[in-house]
Ligand binder design. Structure first.
Ligand SMILES: N[C@@H](CCC(=O)N[C@@H](CS)C(=O)NCC(=O)O)C(=O)O
Length: 214
């Protein structure tokens, strides 16, 4: 049984597992309460960040790497185009851009805005991170003018990666998406696997409800 430790970007992993129909369990990790005494989690990831997974003897961190591992280990799956597929390069690009370009920069915007001790010192960094996010979002916008999903006509793991980043940006980063981007998020989050993942991920569900004012 695959165990997913923590939500946050772990939502990507849970969503992927739901798309692939693989059995798993979610083990909550409360970063706000502190993980110093969470011996079981620290044994999986001594660095203390989420998500992490355990799958038999395998322990891993990094949400995109975990998704790639799961698709390679338990695939093939239409969520990951084959390397010879013409869609592969753009798939690979957006799979990684979702974290390296979008979520990673937005995470620092959100953290700086919400918990920076020195507002002036942190603002410059947050602005830099916002600029990185905005420029990468431009690539998403351009791609969505070409096709309904980032790798073409078919939903892939790249859409899981980028959708998570766009939800982070809108729920916590004050980003307002344009009409095409909103329609895209409605398309990806309308999937049954997304809805099942939301049922599993209580903290993500509560966060989404709070952000939408429910
Ligand atoms: N690139 C990593 C980012 C992991 C990350 O920054 N996770 C956040 C929560 S979603 C976290 O654990 N932050 C606390 C920390 O880094 O100590 C991934 O995609 O998994």
């Amino acid at each position: 049984m695959i165990t997913v430790y923590g939500e946050g970007r772990g939502f990507r992993v849970v969503w992927l597992l739901e798309e692939m129909g693989l059995p798993y369990q979610l083990r909550p990790v409360d970063l706000l309460a502190g993980v110093e005494n969470d011996i079981e989690f620290l044994a999986i990831n001594p660095a203390g960040f989420i998500p992490a997974i355990r799958d038999g003897d395998v322990s891993m961190v990094e949400s995109i790497a975990i998704m790639e591992y799961l698709m390679a280990r338990y695939g093939p799956t239409p969520l990951a185009p084959e390397p010879r597929d013409p869609a592969f390069p753009v798939y690979q690009q957006f799979l990684h851009l979702g974290e390296a370009g979008l979520a990673a920069s937005m995470y620092f915007v959100v953290v700086a805005r919400n918990s920076a001790p020195n507002a002036e010192g942190q603002t410059w960094k947050a602005d830099q991170a916002q600029e990185v996010f905005d420029s990468r979002l431009g690539l998403v916008t351009r791609q969505l003018a070409r096709s309904p999903y980032l790798a073409g006509e078919t939903f892939t793991a790249a859409d899981i990666s980028v959708t998570y980043a766009l939800e982070l940006a809108t729920r916590a980063g004050g980003v307002v998406l344009n009409e095409a981007e909103r329609a895209y998020v409605a398309r990806t989050t309308g999937r049954e696997a997304y809805k099942r993942a939301m049922q599993t991920c209580h903290a993500t569900r509560a966060w989404a409800a709070k952000a939408s004012g429910q």
